[in-house]
Design a protein around this ligand. Sequence first.
Ligand SMILES: Nc1ncnc2c1ncn2[C@@H]1O[C@H](COP(=O)(O)OP(=O)(O)OP(=O)(O)O)[C@@H](O)[C@H]1O
Ligand SMILES: [Mg+2]
Length: 437
Amino acid sequence: MKLYNPGGERGSAMSYAALLEKIEILRSTLRWATRIERPDIEKLLRQANGLRDEVMRLSHQTRFVQALDAGAAIEPVGGSERRSDASPQPNGAPAGERRQALLARSFVFEGTFGDNPRLLDALEIAEKAAPTDLPVLVDGESGTGKELMAKVIHANGSRADKPYISVNCGAIPDSLLESELFGHRKGAFTGAANDRKGKFESAHKGTIFLDEIGELPLPGQVKLLRVLQSHEIQRVGSDETIAVDARIVAATNKNLRKLIEQGSFREDLFYRLSVIHVTLPPLRERRDEIPLLLAYYGDESAEALKRRPVALSPRLRDFLLQYAYPGNIRELRNLMYRLACLADDTADLAHLPEDIRPGASAAAMPAPAAAVPNHASLAEAKRAASDEAERSCLERGLQETGGTVTELARRWDMNRSHLQILLKKHGLHSKNFRKGH
Ligand SMILES: Nc1ncnc2c1ncn2[C@@H]1O[C@H](COP(=O)(O)OP(=O)(O)OP(=O)(O)O)[C@@H](O)[C@H]1O
Ligand SMILES: [Mg+2]
């Protein structure tokens, strides 16, 4: 199984990789254990997962410390831009130290991975904003982690043990909006059979997360503004005012300033919501996080589907490292779940959704150029080309021997089990080359 090994073959990061490997063995032993009760297995797995996450975080951090020690900028995997982590950060400290400092201050990451300077900027703002009651506006493209950031803010504040209520403003029909947010009295409208609490009341003393705030229609915006000013609500059909103390975090993937120009978002509401404004960068601008996220979601998906983690063929891995991810981290996560669902031991390009698969024929017979990632360094290009040559040779060999591995091993004067390992690495199945298949 391929494990995330941030430091390559050198330095202390290697010991993290070895540790991760041991934890991985423990996890798979637990997963297949027959003499332990299921609830106990689940409990132990949760603990092992916590340990693994912590080791992954530490090892990730080590990579940056090493880079800084070497005094060099790190070339991101699969990307052409040189990262600038080694240069001073906006707050004067380098990336490794910044994450370490957050860890030392017991910051709750809620599963947020990454050491990209712009992500760290966002986390540091979240850390400072969390203990206050100031409204926070989080924006960024779809799938960049806005909701996760809202949870981070809640988890690091004094309201962490109070309710966290999430409202998708884009999903509530206009006619139900007021009742959904503020509740209603019995008989207030047809269908209001009972008194009902709204989301704001449910979030009392806690946090209310107003997702897709850019979708909130103008009448809803006026009502929300009133609550922000008065900290009071009225249930639909009631004259009584109820005091609510809910911390507001709002999120949008829209450019609210543009919506203001177009007249579809109120400027006064924007300023009320964005006392603290956090923007999350798209994944293509923090490509250095991709290997870590692939490893993490590879494991998570395997566990969710109760199977062994899927290996990635070299050309699929290259593709995943250089892909643009328009759907950001959510897309990466979904891809890993798809691979865990569709692949046997090794996933390959053929397991990708058709609309992103490089060249429809690439899965069957890729042109060597298809395997070489754009912007690859010389070393990466060489490795990709060599992997590709190895794969075509194996495919040709299997075709010529009608999928008989023993015969192929004999012809090439190779150890059969070594040949099997190579076939596995490329996700090739000898049975697919047998006649009549
Ligand atoms: N830094 C990160 N590390 C690990 N996982 C992340 C990170 N950021 C986001 N994710 C994961 O990516 C997925 C999408 O995140 P989230 O739902 O917070 O995005 P979003 O910005 O709210 O998306 P949308 O605009 O589509 O609602 C989630 O599964 C989340 O856990
Ligand atoms: Mg969201």
